[in-house]
Every structure is written in structure tokens, then in C-alpha cells.
Design a protein around this ligand. Structure first.
Ligand code: UDP
Length: 412
């Protein structure tokens, strides 16, 4: 049931020019003190979505600084992921409740995962997200450990929060992206708060020329001479892709030649996405200037990079968002970002300085029009945004926060 994700190490030295000497020295010092400890990360998938994206860089960097970091994912029946996507939706505020049978099945799979870990030892366990949070219930030696919640639990469904938080409580620490995600039943003294981060050196974020980016979008039938606005996201109700289409339609009245790309990927733990794509295609009503594309059309890291670089404006119109890596990814490419006033997006976008925070599609449309009409301001916002990401949201900062936590945990 558990599968190890084998990755090569990445050396910290590769990031030396990107971070301050002080931060670099702190990481080296922490890593020296922790050298050789074994840390196990567990989540559900190594492809698709933000958690996989983070671990694909964080685990090799941990290895590179001398931590014996292992990463496991799980394989489970589709039914399990249907239930866990519901748990995700409930924790982000959906009304309703899980049935007893769903709870039982969720626990059964977590018990099986725990059994697979029976023979594996570690100095520290980091368990990601609700899907595998209950493993601690069935694994008595899962200590010291932290539960890393990546989702927006600012307005959770109380029934499902109560169910999940009983497992969360059993960890030595819980890590949230924002303090306001902490809910009832949790001990504030055990809470750790830090944001996610992007890897500036992976293929998605490496600098590419405008010409290269334009070639990418041309391959998918877009016209590089015409303005492009893009949202890159899993196909998920909380990302509000319908609102993005609505905003595009309003902006189109002022800029009739505008193009919209909705770039999404399918993750094995997100079965809901297929229905949403079908629905979006209907919603787009055959508009030839709306491009709904995914990894199944050949959109990989390089292409995501190309679409972001070729865009005049990036949107992330979420109504709930744990962090939203796509916002920092776009800011790193010097793009102004219009984001939903939700969760971790608020932490990233400095409203009016690096982009705009919006609630409605009409507001998003106004800001699209404003940025298309004022390219100099858009460029300046992009520059300020990039500096902000360099300061706050690069993977080296996340590496430092993890090392600080491990240091605390091994001493506890
Ligand atoms: N992503 C991708 N291809 C896509 C759509 C998304 O590679 O077609 C990536 C995106 O670039 C980002 C991650 O998936 O790195 C999504 O992370 P985010 O935190 O924005 O959202 P999540 O999926 O975790 O809710």
C-alpha cells in the first residue's frame, strides 16, 4: 500500500546566490546539528497538486544538507480518494457530513497504511494532509511527529473538523499555513505556522525567454500577438474556474482579442476533477478563445512555465486556498496576479502593489482591464512581486522552517 518516492539529492549550494548569507548560514548550522537523522514524509501522491510539488523539491534538499529524508505515498482504491476529497471539501467549509460507512472506510485504509509502516523506524515523522492523518491512531510509535495541514481550514465543517482533529491532536506538532486555520480542540502550544514556498530552480520556475514561452502557447493554438490571461490550477470547485470565465467575458467587452487559458492537472487523489472539466467545457460554450488544457494534453512543467511567462495577467480566483503555489510561481515570473481574497493568497499578494485581491468576477474583470490598459503599472507590480517572493516564499525558507522544527522535535 505504501510506495517510496526515490529522489536524488539537491545541494544547497545551488541556491546560494538566491538567498541571504544569514539564511544560508542558519540552514547550514541547523543541518550540521541534525546530520544523519531520519525523517519520513508521508502524503498520498507524488504527482499533481501543491503538496507533491513541494515534496519533490524539499525532500531532495533535505537529503542534500545531510538529512536522511524518505518520502512515501500510498496507493488506495478510488473509493478512498473519493472520500478523502470529500473530507478536503468539508474541511474547507462544505455543508453536510460523512456517513458512518465513509468514516469506517477512511479509517480502514489508514490502519492498513499504518501496518505497512510497522517495520519502518524514523527519528521524525511528517504526515501531510487529512488523507493519512489517522495513521497515528494505529501506529503507536509515530513520534516525534507533526501533522502538516496544507488546506484552508478557516471555515471548516464542524462535524468533519471534529472527526479529523481527534487525530491531529495526537501529533506532537501541527503545522498550518496561517494561524487562523487552527480550529477548536487543538492545543495552540503545539501549533507551528509557516507558509509554503516555490522552488526557483525547478523546470516550472526557471527563467525562460518570452520567445520560448510564446512558442509553447502557439503549440496549443494560441496567438502570442494577442493578450493572454491564465489560471493554473487543479480543476476544483474552490479554485472558482467558472468565476474566471465570467471575468474573462466581462473583460472581453473592452479587449475583444483577449484569450483565456485554464491550465489544470489531474492528481490521483482528486477524482472530482474529471466532472469539473466536463462542466467547464460546457460553461465555455465553445468559445474558441478559451483554452482548457491539462497534463492529458501534454501540459507539463515546461508548458506551465511557458503559459505563465506568456501571460499578461495571472488569476487565482480561489474562494478557499491553503496557500496557492501558483500565485508565487506567477509572481516569480514578474506577473501581476489577481487572486481571490482567501486563505494563503492574502499572504502572498500585496493588494495594489503586486496585484489585486478580489471577491467577485466583476472585480476580477475590472482589474484585468486595468492591468491590460496599464502595462507599465503591470510590469512594476510584477517586479515588486518577484522581490516579495524572493524574500518570503522560496523553498530555502521552507527548508529552514522544517529544519527548525526538526531541531525542536528531536530535543523534545
Ligand atoms: N500545476 C501543474 N500543472 C497544472 C496545474 C497545476 O503543474 O496543470 C501545479 C502548479 O503549478 C502548482 C501546483 O500544481 O505548483 C498546485 O499547487 P497549489 O498550491 O496552487 O494548489 P493545490 O493543487 O495544492 O490546491
Amino acid at each position: 500500500m505504501i510506495e517510496e518516492v526515490k529522489l536524488k539529492q539537491i545541494k544547497l549550494a545551488a541556491y546560494k546566490d538566491l538567498i541571504s548569507a544569514e539564511d544560508y548560514a542558519e540552514i547550514e548550522k541547523l543541518a550540521k546539528d541534525l546530520a544523519g537523522i531520519k525523517v519520513v514524509h508521508l502524503n498520498t501522491t507524488s504527482t499533481g497538486g501543491g503538496v507533491a510539488e513541494i515534496l519533490l523539491s524539499l525532500v531532495p534538499l533535505l537529503k542534500g544538507v545531510g538529512i536522511n529524508a524518505d518520502w512515501y505515498t500510498i496507493s488506495a482504491p478510488k473509493k478512498f480518494f473519493e472520500i478523502t476529497k470529500q473530507i478536503h471539501n468539508f474541511l474547507q467549509g462544505k455543508k453536510g457530513d460523512l456517513s458512518d460507512a465513509q468514516r469506517e472506510f477512511y479509517l480502514k485504509v489508514n490502519q492498513e497504511v499504518a501496518a505497512d509502516f510497522a517495520a519502518i523506524t524514523a527519528d521524525i515523522w511528517i504526515i501531510h494532509d487529512p488523507q493519512v492523518a489517522a495513521v497515528i491512531e494505529y501506529h503507536p510509535n509515530l513520534h516525534p511527529s507533526a501533522w502538516r495541514c496544507h488546506i484552508d481550514t478557516s471555515h471548516p465543517n464542524v462535524f468533519v473538523w471534529h472527526f479529523l482533529s481527534t487525530f491531529a491532536q495526537k501529533y506532537d506538532r501541527y503545522i498550518f499555513t496561517m494561524r487562523k486555520y487552527l480550529g477548536p480542540g487543538l492545543d495552540f502550544k503545539k501549533a507551528v505556522v509557516f507558509t509554503e514556498a516555490i522552488d526557483p530552480l525547478n523546470r516550472k520556475n526557471k527563467a525562460i525567454s518570452k520567445i520560448k514561452a510564446e512558442k509553447v502557447i502557439e503549440r496549443f493554438g494560441l496567438d502570442p500577438q494577442r493578450p493572454l490571461i491564465t489560471q493554473v490550477s487543479r480543476f476544483d470547485p474552490w479554485k472558482d474556474p467558472w468565476g474566471v470565465i465570467d471575468a474573462y467575458r466581462v473583460a472581453k467587452k473592452e479587449f475583444p482579442n483577449i484569450q483565456l487559458a485554464l491550465i489544470g492537472s489531474f492528481a490521483s487523489d482528486d477524482p472530482e476533477a474529471y466532472n469539473i472539466v466536463g462542466d467547464l467545457k460546457k460553461y465555455a460554450k465553445g468559445d474558441p478563445n478559451i483554452f482548457i488544457l491539462s497534463n492529458q494534453d501534454g501540459v507539463g512543467y515546461r508548458e506551465v512555465n511557458g503559459f505563465q511567462v506568456a501571460s499578461r495577467v495571472i488569476l487565482q480566483k480561489s474562494t478557499r486556498e491553503g496557500f496557492g503555489l501558483t500565485v508565487s510561481e506567477a509572481m516569480w515570473k514578474g506577473k501581476p496576479v489577481i487572486g481571490g481574497k482567501a486563505g494563503g493568497i492574502v499572504e502572498q499578494i500585496a493588494d495594489g502593489e503586486t496585484g489585486f485581491l478580489v471577491t467577485t468576477a466583476t472585480q476580477a474583470a475590472e482589474k484585468i482591464i486595468y492591468l491590460l490598459k496599464n502595462p507599465k503599472i503591470a510590469e512594476k507590480m510584477g517586479r515588486v512581486g518577484k522581490a516579495r517572493v524572493r524574500e518570503k516564499f522560496l523553498i530555502t525558507r521552507l527548508l529552514r522552517d522544517h529544519l527548525r522544527l526538526y531541531d525542536e522535535l528531536v530535543q523534545s
